[in-house]
Design a binder for this molecule. Structure first.
Ligand code: SF4
Ligand code: SF4
Length: 124
């Protein structure tokens, strides 16, 4: 490249804003950061577990427990899409870097046991 052209490009570049952003940076609204779970609205339907490609979620319908392994999670958003009560959402805040399996576990109090025949009103 001739020197004149090179100097022009260098001068233009000196006054342009950078094409990239320096870290740490603010996430975009649609950034897939990490999964957030709300045990209060979860129905333990197990749909998220069945749709999760790497098997990061474990749901026990009977024990009413939900587990997620954040190291396995590839932040694909598949579980969020199938969760009808919106118990799973995608936060745009990127989680900390992980090198080991960090399983988080929630447990919802067991539901009231089904009524026994003796508990039913007479004549029912
Ligand atoms: S899909 Fe939603 S409601 Fe169903 S088990 Fe998963 S988190 Fe709970
Ligand atoms: S975002 Fe994808 S990989 Fe992560 S828990 Fe949900 S379905 Fe599994």
């Amino acid at each position: 490249m001739p020197f004149g052209k090179l100097a022009t490009v260098a001068l233009k570049s000196a006054f342009k804003t950078p094409a990239t952003r320096v870290k740490p940076r603010e996430p975009f609204a649609a950034t897939r950061g990490q999964i957030v779970y709300n045990v209060d609205t979860c129905t333990f339907c197990t749909l998220c577990m069945r749709k999760c490609p790497p098997g990061a979620i474990t749901v026990d319908r009977v024990a009413r427990t939900f587990e997620i392994d954040y190291l396995r999670c590839i932040v694909c958003n598949a579980c969020v899409g199938v969760c009808n009560p919106k118990s799973l959402t995608m936060s745009n805040v990127i989680g900390e870097a992980r090198t080991d399996h960090q399983v988080r576990r929630w447990h919802k109090d067991a539901p009231a046991p089904a009524a026994k025949p003796a508990d039913k009103p007479a004549g029912a």
